[in-house]
Design a protein around this ligand. Structure first.
Ligand SMILES: NC(=O)C1=CN([C@@H]2O[C@H](COP(=O)(O)OP(=O)(O)OC[C@H]3O[C@@H](n4cnc5c(N)ncnc54)[C@H](OP(=O)(O)O)[C@@H]3O)[C@@H](O)[C@H]2O)[C@@H](O)CC1
Ligand SMILES: [K+]
Length: 455
């Protein structure tokens, strides 16, 4: 069982294609199912402390994995029962079924067991499940002490994370061969529990992957405050938000933070100057952060200020109100990161088609900017077609000011010389880690200060 960080994410069709390329004959394909089933059996053995497992098998290859796992557990003397709603329909699943010599109970009236293994449906779910399947699944899951989903909890849509039929909440989900979008995208992601990857020997290249622990830029003996990265944060109507972004940039490792348009106050390590384009340009910032608390009321001030920042050659992070002022955000010239939440994203790019990953990728390609489409399932997409999905870090991030902190962290990473995709990934990772460390009900100020301890 492999941790998911940095692992590739494949849609159902991409996974099928990868499996077909790796296993071009029926025997080779069946060998994959054997590996999947063996991995499920091993996980059950490790996690169940010898308790009886009940494996629910569906009609397709997800069910096939379940039959293999049941056979192996039985061979190893682990107490196991199996229930199904119908006979297998695929050739592979029939072959796996033939290897199980125990009874097959009817799903509708199967007795519960302390360990429930859901091998009803995986990537082949084609429509919502009927009551005859969901009712026993929930009944048996409610009675179990440990719930394990094979590949995906039955009822979630693989490619976009929708939930056509609400599954139970699982304790563990074993992603087979590769992660799928539903493992990380909401609302499906909340049903996964601990998510682990099972290697079944299928190379799974993808331009979409899970967030990885980044290599953060470290100062060396020759570094000084300017070479470590100069971040300029532009203040506006609500200066507290820009203060948060500036504090976050400093705690994320920037060597020099200049806050323009703000009154002098603590912390004094942040240099404050009245707004002017000259003040911004004199130090040639490695990144300009504009948007947190900028203001939407007085457009005659804020739109020209935003336009003048966008006309400079400096890398830029656009957040919050700056995104509201952009009406036609096509083709940014220099390195640019946009950090919209769902409302800002819809305002900028419309509702669009496909999953959150598809939408973020299309927006990045269209705008030329790296997009950090925020949420419990933040998606980062570059204009070159790469996408990174972050697992939910902490539900407590849904509090005022955390977006300002993220924008400041993005600025620090850009100013340290990372390209926009790497900068966004590093900032999202740092932000999530700091939030997890803080636990419940923290303030955005704590989050900004907490970034330094998480580097
Ligand atoms: N080599 C491989 O392929 C490997 C695959 N692996 C495993 O296979 C899984 C993918 O297998 P899969 O494609 O057979 O899909 P799966 O999720 O079992 O469901 C398809 C079946 O369900 C049925 N069905 C669908 N929706 C339904 C509904 N709402 N209500 C009722 N029925 C419904 C559908 O019927 P149909 O839509 O055709 O009428 C069909 O019979 C994958 O997640 C992984 O676990 C691993 O073993 C590694 C090797
Ligand atoms: K399943």
């Amino acid at each position: 069982m492999i941790p998911i960080h940095g692992q590739p994410i494949l849609t159902a069709a991409q996974m099928r294609a990868a499996e077909e390329a790796a296993a071009p004959t029926p025997d080779a394909m069946y060998a994959l199912m054997e590996r999947a089933g063996a991995g499920v059996a091993e996980a059950v053995r490790r996690l169940s402390a010898g308790a009886e497992a009940l494996i629910l098998c569906g009609p397709g290859n997800n069910g096939g994995d379940g039959y293999v796992a049941a056979r192996i557990l039985r061979e190893q003397g682990h107490p196991v029962r199996l229930a199904a709603a119908s006979e297998p329909k695929s050739d592979l699943a029939r072959r796996a079924r033939a290897g199980w010599d125990g009874p097959v109970e009817r799903l509708a009236d199967a007795d519960p067991a302390p360990v429930l293994v859901d091998a009803l449906f995986g990537t082949g779910l084609a429509r919502s499940l009927d009551e005859g399947l969901t009712a026993p699944l929930h009944r048996l899951a409610d009675a179990a002490r440990l719930r394990l989903a094979v590949d995906l909890p039955s009822g979630v849509a693989t490619d976009d994370g929708a939930v056509p039929s609400e599954p139970p909440r699982f304790d563990v989900t074993l992603a087979l061969g590769a992660l799928k979008p539903a493992h990380l995208l909401q609302p499906a992601a909340r049903y996964m529990g601990e998510l682990r990857l099972l290697d079944i020997g299928v190379p799974a290249p993808s331009r979409t992957r899970a967030l990885a622990r980044p290599t953060l830029p470290e100062p060396g003996p020759d570094s000084h405050k300017f070479t470590r990265g100069l971040v300029c944060v532009v203040s506006g109507e609500m200066p507290g938000a820009a203060e948060l972004a500036a504090t976050a940039a400093a705690h994320a490792g920037a060597g020099y933070v200049l806050l323009l348009g703000a009154e002098a106050s603590a912390p004094h390590a942040i240099v404050r100057r009245p707004w002017s384009l000259e003040a911004l340009s004199v130090r040639k910032p490695g990144a300009v952060v504009i948007g947190p608390g900028l203001g939407r009321e007085d457009k005659s001030i804020w739109i020209p200020r935003l336009s003048s920042v966008l006309a400079t050659p400096y890398p830029v992070v656009l957040d919050g109100d700056a995104l509201r002022h952009l009406s036609n955000p096509h083709s940014f010239r220099g390195p640019t990161i946009l950090t919209p939440h769902a409302g800002e994203f819809d305002h900028l790019f419309g509702l669009g088609q496909g999953s959150k990953i598809d939408r973020a990728r299309a927006a990045a390609e269209r705008s030329g900017a790296t997009i950090v489409f925020k949420g419990a399932d933040t998606v980062i997409a570059s204009p070159h077609g790469d996408a990174i999905v972050a697992p939910e870090a902490s539900a407590w991030l849904s509090t005022a000011g955390t977006g300002d902190v993220l924008a400041g962290a993005c600025g620090a990473m850009l100013a340290a010389g990372l390209d926009p995709l790497a900068a966004a990934e590093a900032a999202v990772w740092l932000h999530g880690r700091a939030a997890r460390r803080l636990g419940p009900a923290f303030l955005a100020d704590d989050l900004a200060e907490g970034l330094s301890a998480c580097r």
